[in-house]
Design a protein around this ligand. Structure first.
Ligand code: PLP
Length: 431
């Protein structure tokens, strides 16, 4: 839709909702309640809402188990043995891949380790990993432990790209320059897709190209990108990626993780990998032979029995993504977040109350805006909570006057323009 000129009124927000072609999707989700009414849920970047279809998806597998027991692997509505295949086409659409380039298995940090087994093979000459400064802690721990596992020193082997003085987000040219500077000694570039703290959406294509020019692999943690921004992992020539399914992808707490492995690596038997019987070709898996002959593509990286009970909700949530379509979701998302940004700008004109850490440029962000408050941020956050807004608070350890960041993520799948309006009205009233 083409937005009419901005007006700071409720009627305007309601008009935008009326024009929203995705508005019926909100009904497909359970909204948490605050004092009997739906809360304003801006926390889909942390734990996405439960689709109403989740219960039926779980029920289906419980019934299958009840009625078929072990034969459920081969019989019933959706036999379990090829279960991972039921998720591949929809997930491939979300991340811009071919179906055989993706698979759902394990959880995120585990997969990060597993794919570093394949894509981080340091030598004396090439051993560095380039990351964004301020990456999600789990990724930092995982990477440092991998580096140590291979006998290197994280201080030397991990190169962080830091913002310019006084800035918060990174310039693509600085990332590329860092890669070029360490071109001879770098084995892997490992970046977030969207940084969890600033909300910056990195230029994955440019980073991948720079990595390849340097002779390194490019891998991405897309925890905050999958289901949030449109991705073209195959066309961008990304080597591998990992993400979780419980944030924007709405598959429930601790939901399973997706991985992408580019097709040029998917059948490369020279790449080291940690193997298990679930990566073995299905026809041969139960022959219990000694020879490991992996399923072609990402599915060959599976190790253990597929967790059907957690894959089922993910299958159900992906159906909603397939119905809505990432392109349409993104278009609404850009408008919804721009609408939020416009309000914040308006409030800031009255008094400089906060600073938006997230890039202003729509192409460099997803749906999340990170609002930095120098003073008493926690008080404001608590007031928002009391009034039925669910968002997220991160203390700024350097601020001594209660500063910190409120992260708000209005998702196009189930949030409305009116909710953004009501949120900003609360901000205004707490002034
Ligand atoms: C949420 C998130 C994680 C969490 O990893 P789990 O293994 O699922 O606990 C890791 N990395 C990033 C970048 C995240 O945003």
């Amino acid at each position: 839709m083409q937005l009419p000129p901005f007006l700071p009124t409720l009627a305007y927000a309601q008009e935008l909702d009326k024009q929203d072609t995705l508005r019926s999707f909100r009904q497909a989700y359970h909204l948490p309640l605050h004092e009997g009414k739906p809360a304003i849920y801006f926390c889909g970047n942390s734990l996405g809402l439960q689709p109403k279809s989740t219960a039926a998806a779980l029920e289906e597998e419980l019934t299958q188990w009840r009625d078929y027991a072990v034969e459920g692997w081969f019989h019933g509505k959706r036999p379990w043995l090829p279960y991972h295949q039921y998720l591949q086409p929809a997930l491939a659409e979300v991340v811009g891949a071919k179906p055989e380039e993706v698979v759902v298995m394990n959880t995120l940090t585990v997969n990060l380790h597993l794919l570093m087994v394949s894509f981080y093979q340091p030598t004396r000459q090439r051993y560095k990993i380039i990351m964004e400064a301020g990456a999600f802690p789990s990724d930092q721990y995982a990477v440092a432990s991998q580096v140590r596992f291979h006998g290197f020193d994280p201080q030397d082997a991990i190169v962080e790209v830091v913002p310019r003085p006084g800035e918060i987000v990174l310039h693509t040219e600085d990332i590329v320059k860092t890669i070029e500077e360490h071109a001879d000694s770098t084995a892997l570039i490992l970046f977030g897709g969207v940084n969890y703290y600033t909300g910056q959406y990195f230029d994955l294509s440019a980073i991948t190209q720079a990595a390849h020019r340097a002779g390194a692999y490019a891998g991405f943690d897309l925890a905050h990108a999958a289901g949030n921004v449109p991705l073209q992992l195959h066309d961008w020539d990304v080597d591998f990626a990992v993400w979780c399914s419980y944030k924007y992808l709405n598959s429930g707490p601790g939901g399973p993780s997706g991985v992408f492995i580019h097709e040029r690596h998917g059948n490369d038997e020279k790449l080291p990998r940690f193997a298990g019987w679930w990566g073995q070709k299905e026809q041969e898996r139960f022959l219990m032979q000694k020879q490991f002959s992996p399923i072609p593509g990402a599915a060959g990286w599976q190790i253990s029995t597929a967790p059907i009970i957690s894959l089922a909700p993910h299958r159900a949530s992906l159906e909603l993504f397939q119905k809505a379509g990432m392109t349409v979701l993104r278009r609404k998302s850009e408008q919804l977040t721009a609408y939020l940004a416009r309000h914040l700008e308006r409030l800031n004109q009255q008094a400089q109350r906060f600073r938006i850490l997230t890039p202003d440029d729509t192409e460099k962000r997803g749906c999340q805006l990170s609002i930095y408050l120098q003073h008493d941020g926690k008080t404001l956050f608590d007031q928002l909570s009391t009034n039925g807004v669910i968002c997220d608070w991160r203390e700024d350890n350097l601020s001594h006057s209660g500063g910190g960041v409120i992260r708000v993520a209005p998702t196009p799948m189930y949030n409305t323009f009116e909710e953004v309006y009501r949120f900003t009205k609360l901000l205004e009233d707490f002034d």
